[in-house]
Ligand binder design. Structure first.
Ligand SMILES: Nc1nc2c(ncn2[C@@H]2O[C@H](COP(=O)(O)OP(=O)(O)OP(=O)(O)O)[C@@H](O)[C@H]2O)c(=O)[nH]1
Ligand SMILES: [Mg+2]
Length: 302
């Protein structure tokens, strides 16, 4: 194969919150990297997942769900989407077929109005919708943007290979952007912190997960069979949330820690010792200085 036969490009994975973007990233990579929960706005930053085979390298960028911004954290999330979109060769617009066309889907379509690259609309969660609904959504999406429409279940894997196949037809012919064995642009430390946050999204009720941020304090790899030692602080916005997060007799925090440790152990394929602390950072989502400290600040324009 000559180098000019190699296909490589960056692909933005976009959609409203909860459409299944992070699930898609994990399925296409056959590896759990991005955190997933049934709640909208789980993902806060972009993450590259690098798909590779003999003839191609596709750098998929998972992004936060597009929504109407409410606070400093929202602004950061949307800035992450903008950055990915402006650097991508193609975009995937994921739609949840269960809910029909929503206002947020229309907002995503607005974002794509000025986009120059090719767009595919992916009707996701077809395992959850009758064929008639999928057909109806297909018509609505064509009317909205006239993009090619594909159907898939990111969760079950149906249709995912076809998406990769379609991308290979339109991505540029150029050498790989990343080294062959690279899977993501995030560090293991960053992913481990996200896995703690994921458990907060899965285990805590109501608004509490939205006010959670995780700071990784220590990540020490020792000689196996010694475990990797990870220490992290879970930050919440209010004193009352601290008590709920810890739970009676520390049970809630322990449950979060146990589940997160298991996920991190799968990722690292090693034993992990995970220690969690809880701290209150009052209304941090509205505080620019704290947002910066947590890595959620929009960079200032030069
Ligand atoms: N049944 C079904 N559920 C799915 C499918 N894809 C995703 N889900 C579920 O939908 C929920 C949201 O999935 P995510 O991958 O976190 O969605 P997201 O678009 O990344 O959401 P945000 O990060 O909040 O923007 C989770 O409960 C997933 O298990 C699918 O194809 N079928
Ligand atoms: Mg996500």
């Amino acid at each position: 194969m000559s180098p000019s036969d190699f296909v490589c490009g960056a692909v933005a994975v976009l959609g409203r919150p909860n459409a299944g973007k992070s699930t898609f990233l994990n399925t296409v990579l056959k590896q759990k990297l991005a955190i997933v929960s049934p709640r909208p706005q789980t993902t806060r930053g972009s993450m590259a997942g690098i798909y590779q085979d003999e003839k191609s390298q596709i750098v998929f960028y998972d992004t936060p769900g597009i929504h109407q911004p409410k606070n400093g954290l929202s602004q950061y999330m949307l800035h992450e989407v903008e950055e990915v979109l402006s650097g991508s060769d193609a975009a995937l617009f994921l739609v949840d077929v269960q809910d029909g066309l929503t206002e947020e889907d229309e907002l995503v379509a607005q974002w794509l109005k000025g986009y120059r690259g090719p767009v595919f609309c992916l009707l996701n969660k077809i395992d959850r919708a009758p064929a008639g609904r999928v057909q109806e959504m297909s018509g609505k999406m064509k009317a909205l943007g006239n993009w090619p429409v594909l159907r898939m279940s990111a969760l079950k894997g149906n249709g995912v290979t076809e998406v990769v196949g379609e991308l290979k037809k339109i991505l540029p012919h150029q050498p790989p952007l990343f080294p062959e064995d690279e899977l993501t642009n995030k560090t293991l430390r960053e992913i481990a912190a996200e896995m703690v946050r994921e458990q907060c999204f899965l285990q805590l009720q109501q608004e509490i997960p939205y006010g959670v941020a995780v700071l990784l304090e220590e990540f020490k790899e020792k000689q196996p069979p010694e475990p990797v030692v990870i220490k992290a602080t879970i930050c919440v916005e209010k004193d009352s949330q601290k008590g709920i997060l810890i739970g009676t007799g520390g049970r809630q925090l322990k449950a979060i820690g146990t589940a997160a440790r298991r996920e991190i152990e799968k990722l690292l394929e090693r034993k992990v010792f995970l220690e969690l602390w809880v701290k209150v950072l009052k209304d941090w989502r509205k505080d620019e200085a704290v947002l910066k400290k947590l890595g959620y600040a929009v960079p200032k324009k030069k």
